[in-house]
Design a protein around this ligand. Structure first.
Ligand code: DGT
Ligand code: CA
Ligand code: ZN
Length: 651
């Protein structure tokens, strides 16, 4: 979120000039412009700060050199007063009297800046005219209709503010895996390149590939004598919004999106999902977002132990520690030690007497276990499997040979059939399943499904392309499927005769609202009825959840998978999708093992709406790995020459 965290005046950790970086200066100038507006300052003063921050952003020379040469005020947009301030900040490490400005503006007003669509002018207006000083007060004023009557406001604006507050509230928790990894990997790269860092690696839920990330955990191997130098270097990485604490060997901070060298991009989102999240306001929130991060600096010889500890999960760690105890050993983030003979030595001191481990495999070996892939470390049976050498051999991204649920311009995709096919071939795939939306689907009243009379046309196009590849001897084909809407009563869209012509039917619920208004039992019955339709092949995004957006509709997924298992044992193919869009990751990974036990094949589908979207399959593979799936459990690991037949046989 546009967090209130970043709104403190930076303190320097350096002992000599320049005390601040150019980025820090730019960010303070920008914030001061906003704070002055909230404080009701003279507009000329406000503009001076805004201009200065803007002109420094596009100024390409080294700012510290410019300050030393005394040529700051030659930069267009920088006046005498602000030049003096920058000079003082860089040379002395102080910020004139700005401290008092930061103190003076109520925190609640700054928090309100995080509400999408709300700027300092309006916040000031609400404060002056209604005395509003917090988001909570803003919400009740809007609910009472008190905002609408103010000058330059209205009912529409008031509604938008309420929506913005809801969105912000939903946003303040965890971040999606794709975003967490984007930040985590950028931060990991920056830390790895610092001299004195022997290696640095992302741990925590990001390494375990949880569908959402609370905060980032990074472990860095650093010799003792380099700790101070490395700490300073980490703290001056651009993109740090706030330092929450730095001492000993632990650094806590908040990262913002300026850590990315290129513009921040929130992955591949389609219109339907975006609408469910809150539209443009959501995109704005996401690109202004922050994430918390912890860095631990440890001596290289304990790195593997610290990585294992901070990778977690906590539940996995508890079981590991118990296993160690059973063997008369103590396991912690610094090492593995015999319980007797530890004496009074604690922490790192004790590590000197610990059992050496070059990497995690050796830690597990000491405990007579096989190394457990991080994705599986959730205490969901992996300890027992590692002890008895029964770990699955998890699916790898390269084993995926195609995907069955993707869109083109015929429905709401933005790439044509041939463009999508090209992109699939570029990934090394042997087939691409197209499943454009069926006729009834509309988003916000706009119809986006393929009308009946155009289904044949798409089929002909696909046949022509397939014939061409086949005569050329290219091992590639398009499978002509459909993402068929499951209507509220459990019927499938399109007449039977049309559905029978598709190679596969991905049945999906899109009218979530009517399903949300019914109970679990009713929904389960109706969904099963849809699945039993002979033309139905794949259950698409089973619960309709949007991560960070909305819960799925109530459903007994175990009952659904059990019934699908029965149908499979009768010889018909009923597969369940892991929708690989990082916004969905539905089927949930926690249910993969159960699906497998029931004999339900899984399909990992990117649900791509443009070329780049095909790559989302990677996220689905991560979930399949968390769910213990192997190559043979996943239908789209089948080669292209087999998959078509498999679809035909399953009918
Ligand atoms: P998150 O951040 O909520 O997405 O989830 P994690 O798993 O990254 O959890 P976090 O950041 O609280 O801690 C990172 C790891 O550190 C965690 O997975 C296991 C380890 N850890 C943290 N606290 C404890 C604890 O009290 N006991 C044990 N055994 N391990 C802990
Ligand atoms: Ca974490
Ligand atoms: Zn869909």
């Amino acid at each position: 979120m546009v967090s209130v965290h970043g709104w403190v005046i930076p303190r320097s950790r350096r002992s000599e000039p320049p005390f601040f970086t150019k980025n820090q200066i730019i960010s303070v100038l920008e914030q001061v412009g906003t704070l002055l507006q909230l404080d009701g300052a003279n507009p000329f003063r406000v503009r001076a700060y805004e201009n200065a921050s803007r002109s420094l952003s596009s100024h390409e020379d080294n700012l510290w050199e410019t300050v030393q040469e005394g040529t700051l005020i030659e930069i267009k947009g920088i006046g005498k007063g602000i030049a003096g301030l920058i000079d003082e900040a860089m040379n002395e490490g102080t910020w004139g009297d700005l401290d008092s400005l930061y103190q003076k503006v109520p925190k609640g007003l700054i928090e309100m800046l995080g509400v999408p669509g709300l700027g300092p002018k309006r916040i000031k207006q609400f404060h002056d005219e209604l005395g509003i000083e917090s988001i909570a007060e803003l919400r009740s004023a809007a609910e009472e209709g008190a905002l609408a009557n103010l000058p330059r406001m209205g009912k529409k604006m008031e509604e938008r503010i309420l929506e913005g507050i809801d969105l912000l509230a939903r946003f303040t928790g965890r971040r999606r895996l794709d975003i967490g990894l984007l930040y985590g990997e950028a931060f990991e790269r920056r830390i790895s390149s610092i001299s004195g860092v022997q290696r640095a690696q992302l741990a925590g839920s990001a390494r375990r590939r949880k569908e959402s990330i609370g905060d980032l955990d990074i472990v860095a191997a650093v010799e003792n004598e380099d700790i101070e130098k490395v700490t300073d270097a980490i703290l001056s990485i651009p993109g740090i919004a706030e330092i929450k604490g730095a001492g000993d060997s632990k650094i806590s901070l908040i990262l913002e999106s300026t850590i990315f060298e290129e513009a921040f991009s929130n992955s591949t989102i389609d219109e339907g999902v975006l609408a469910a999240l809150g539209g443009e306001a959501w995109e704005e929130l996401e690109s202004n977002s922050t994430i918390d991060a912890q860095v631990r600096l440890v001596p290289p010889h304990v790195f593997a132990y610290t990585m294992a500890y901070f990778t977690g999960s906590k539940e996995h760690n508890v079981r590991m520690r118990q296993r160690a105890l059973d063997m008369g050993l103590r396991l912690n983030e610094f090492g593995l030690f015999p319980l007797d003979g530890l004496g009074d030595a604690k922490g790192l001191e004790a590590a000197a007497n610990g059992m050496p481990a070059m990497d995690e495999t050796e830690i597990y070996e000491h405990l007579q276990m096989k190394w457990v892939p991080p994705e599986m470390r959730e205490d969901m049976g992996e300890i027992e499997a590692a002890l008895s050498d029964n770990l699955p051999s998890l699916i790898e991204p390269y084993q995926v040979k195609g995907a069955l649920h993707n869109h083109t311009t015929a429905s709401d995709g933005s790439a044509s059939l041939s463009e999508m096919a090209e992109a699939a071939m570029a990934l090394g795939w042997e087939y691409l399943g197209i499943a454009d939306h069926s006729e009834v689907l509309n988003i916000g009243g706009r119809s986006i499904g393929v009308p009946q009379h155009l289904v044949k046309k798409q089929g002909n196009e696909i046949r022509e392309m397939n014939d061409k590849w086949s005569t050329e001897g290219t091992d590639f084909r398009i499978l002509h499927g459909s993402e068929c809407d499951i209507l509220a009563d459990g019927k499938l869209d399109y007449p039977d005769s049309i559905r029978r012509e598709f190679s596969h039917v991905v049945g999906s619920v899109h009218a979530i609202r009517s399903w949300r208004n019914r109970d679990e039992i009713e929904n389960t019955e109706i969904l099963i009825k849809a699945i039993e339709d002979p033309t139905f092949t794949i259950l698409g995004h089973p619960t309709g959840r949007i991560i960070g957006g909305r819960e799925g509709f109530p459903l007994d997924m175990h009952a659904v998978l059990r019934r699908m298992g029965e149908l499979n044992s009768d010889g018909v193919l009923k597969a369940c999708e892991i929708n690989a869009s990082p916004y969905r990751l539905d089927l949930d990974w926690r249910l993969c093992k159960f699906a497998k036990s029931q004999g339900v094949p899984i399909v990992i589908n990117p649900d791509a709406h443009f070329k780049k979207g095909l790559k989302d399959v990677w996220f689905g593979v991560q979930m399949a790995r968390k769910g213990w799936l192997e190559e043979q459990d996943v239908l789209n690991c089948l080669p292209g020459s087999v998959i078509e037949e498999r679809m035909m046989e399953g009918k």
